[in-house]
Design a protein around this ligand. Sequence first.
Ligand code: AMP
Length: 397
Amino acid sequence: MKILVINCGSSSLKYQLIDSESEKALASGLCERIGIDGRFTYKPDGGEKSVTDIDIPNHEVGVKLVLDAVANPKDGVVASLDEIGAIGHRVVHGGEKFASSVKIDDKVMAAIEECNDLAPLHNPANLIGIRACQAIMPGVPNVAVFDTAFHQTMPKEAYMYGLPIEYYDKYKIRRYGFHGTSHSFVSKRVCEFLGLDRKKSKVIVCHLGNGSSISAVLNGESIDTSMGLTPLEGVIMGTRSGSIDPAIIEFIAHKENKSIDDIMKVLNKDSGVYGLSGGVSSDFRDLGKASDEGNKLAADAVSIFSYSVVRYIGAYAAAMNGVDAIAFTAGLGENDQKVRKQIISRLGYLGITLDEEKNKIRSEEVVISTDDSKVKVCIIPTNEELAIARETVEVLA
Ligand code: AMP
């Protein structure tokens, strides 16, 4: 079966068409600037990437462009749209309502909508994408795959904040965690790769990208993760602050005469390694280059980031009473050997030693700890689209 995987933002729509038998992406691309002007990117597997400036007034038009492209006689990848058996949608927040992926019907749509408050930037956009697919491909089943679902196995100790219980009762304020599709995919894959029994394993996944989160996966289930009610909590990120003393918000508000909205923008957009480096960049490639050229703020930003990851690894090794494997994934985790080295060099207490040569490898499955290392450290490339396609097939089976 061919699965169309859709990841909708408020003005964007990323897509991949995946063959569920070969697990290959047949085509991929992106609709950008939806409702503004519009740009459409399409790349068939093994073919040329094309970028077209074309009016995309809404997501339905975006979905139509995707379907026209994949079935185009010139460089399309399917002979007929009937070959598309299902659509898998990334949905950011499933609250406490969804602990696994589900086939979408009216009730599911209403339940996703009820989670809008928890992810006001993401869930409404995800719903728009689902509605667009329902309108254009009636009869083709849609499946929702939630970023939060994998972390629904967390125990209360891990997901409750030390706040008055009424806020949980009234608003369901608690830790949810994100990047669940990636944490699930990578924690499973690292066990297969190392020949570990997943049901008896202690794995820490470091999903390090523009947004970063760490998870503790015990016997195949997430028992703790660094992101919280929103993706702002946890380790320092590209432009997000990660965890801070909440009293800092009041302090800045008074000193700088800022509103809550202003400060939330600072914490989401102006902080992280971007803010720490004095605005050099949120991209670790730029920070690495600036550090090499002697920019002390850029070098410090990267070290402070790495240390924030080290803290979570220590906490999660404690939470699981040990760790068998640590997996690095996502843009930064898969590619940046310097960051990995900074983190791993502080894990000697776990009996971990880094194999410096293996650590130079990028974006492929590899063990980067030495043979005698007590805990195996690996790079495991994530593939969220494939994970969504697999879930879609499983839900519909
Ligand atoms: P992601 O959010 O997973 O797409 O990761 C994006 C981040 O990964 C970028 O902001 C970069 O900081 C980082 N990244 C991607 N490629 C490299 C690379 N070759 N070397 C270092 N960092 C990289």
